[in-house]
Design a protein around this ligand. Structure first.
Ligand SMILES: *Cc1c(COP(=O)(O)O)cnc(C)c1O
Length: 400
């Protein structure tokens, strides 16, 4: 490592997000890291190739496991999350699949919080259960309930905080402590907060994963996923989960785009959080709004925990309207600037209806039991001028 790279490793979050691991003098002075669009790599000699395959010589072999553009992204995200090693894959679901197919065997048990992104919930309850894995649902907002679901077979405890879509906040340190007592690994989906707001590994989690499609990319133009944690764990996920079981690497072009997104991550999250706070306050004062969830509101049940655990409160808000699902749909249709679309964390403000969209994988009974109301709307507050976002919400609330 040259001195410039060494110095970067000790610098602040935004500096590392922009500079870490790259020295232009290594690449013809190019300010922006090049994109290595290659699937395979030339071996210096037949023997060198064999040694690389045996892991006795460093270097790149084939694009399903490693690529230099991905490596830079992995190094930066590992640093931003405070972990040893990163792994870039094709999507958030690829991160989940590669991780859990690596960690689990038939007969193992996984504890999940009962509120997860809809396809993650389906991965556990409708996917892994087909392969002899037992899934135990828990309300992890109450860590005292955890010992009741942990058994000698529990391999992993998995949750999101804040959770998709209702923004429940889970105490990472407390859950990690309880899981460690039975030697279970803790895996946290940090998609909503991003490392700019919270770093689960520093609170005791073993692995953190992301849909990089959301805030890390940040511009609604790619799919990607990231896993960060101890080298020993992440290397197994790369060497077995990604290479053999899912075969879902991130394209080098998307690695480049996520590297570009990371450069403004801290700045964007500040603005997303500022705008969302203002929209949440507008909603809190409106007589038609019910079940409003935004961790930055003093009325939010876990506001104190959110303040302890997060630097700011992020860009997602969920709420219902008087009149339920019909009123919610009418509100969505009246919006003129905020776009009706799933996904989140983009520059554009987006709104969606979890019960019929991102969380349609839950049965109506599961949604009712797990606090995902049929009338619930989820908004991802974007980076447009805040007064325009507020005006759009206000007109859609008040127009008959
Ligand atoms: C979107 C999302 C995922 C899935 O990520 P993809 O990139 O769409 O595969 C996982 N977890 C959360 C919290 C998400 O919002």
């Amino acid at each position: 490592m040259n001195s410039r790279k060494r110095r970067n490793a000790e610098q602040g979050f935004a500096t590392r997000a922009i500079h870490l691991g790259y020295d232009p003098s290594d690449e013809h002075g190019a300010l922006t890291p090049p994109i290595f669009m290659t699937s395979t790599y030339a071996f210096e000699s037949a023997e060198a190739g064999s040694e690389m395959f045996r892991g006795e010589r460093p270097g790149y072999v084939y694009g399903r496991t490693r690529n230099p553009t991905q490596s830079l992204l992995e190094e930066r995200l590992a640093s931003l999350e405070g972990g040893e090693r990163g792994l870039a894959v094709a999507s958030g679901m690829a991160a989940i699949g590669s991780t859990f197919f690596t960690l689990l065997n038939a007969g193992d048990e996984v504890v999940i919080d009962h509120t997860l992104y809809g396809n993650s919930f389906a991965f556990f309850t409708k996917g892994l259960t087909r392969f002899g894995v037992t899934i135990r649902l828990a309300d992890l907002t109450d860590p005292a309930s955890l010992p009741r679901v942990l058994t000698g077979r529990t391999k992993v405890v998995y949750f999101e905080t804040p959770a998709n879509p209702n923004l429940r906040v889970i105490d990472i340190a407390q859950v990690s402590m309880a899981a460690q007592a039975v030697s279970a690994l803790v895996v946290v989906d940090n998609t909503f907060a991003t490392p700019a707001l919270q770093q689960p590994l520093k609170l005791g989690a073993d692995l953190v994963l992301h849909s990089a499609t959301k805030y890390l990319g940040g511009h609604g133009d790619l799919l990607g996923g990231i896993v960060v944690g101890r080298a020993e764990l992440v290397d197994r996920i790369r060497g077995h989960g990604l290479r053999v079981l899912t075969g879902a690497p991130l394209s080098p072009l998307n690695a480049f785009l996520i590297l570009r997104g990371l450069k403004t991550l801290e700045l964007r999250i500040e603005r997303h959080s500022e705008a969302a706070q203002q929209v949440a306050e507008l909603l809190a004062d409106h007589p038609r709004v019910r079940n409003l969830s935004y961790p930055g509101l003093p009325s939010f049940p876990q506001h104190a925990l959110a303040r302890r655990q997060m630097r700011r409160f992020g860009g997602l808000i969920s709420f219902e309207l008087d009149g339920g699902i019909a009123a919610g749909m009418a509100f969505m249709n009246r919006l003129e600037l905020i776009t009706r679309a799933v996904s989140l964390g983009d520059t554009e403000s987006l709104v969606q209806h979890p019960a019929s969209m991102t969380h349609a994988t839950y049965s109506p009974e599961e949604r009712a039991a797990h606090g995902i109301g049929d009338g619930l709307l989820r908004m991802s507050i974007g980076l447009e001028s805040i007064e325009d976002i507020l005006a759009d919400v206000a007109q859609a609330l008040d127009r008959p």
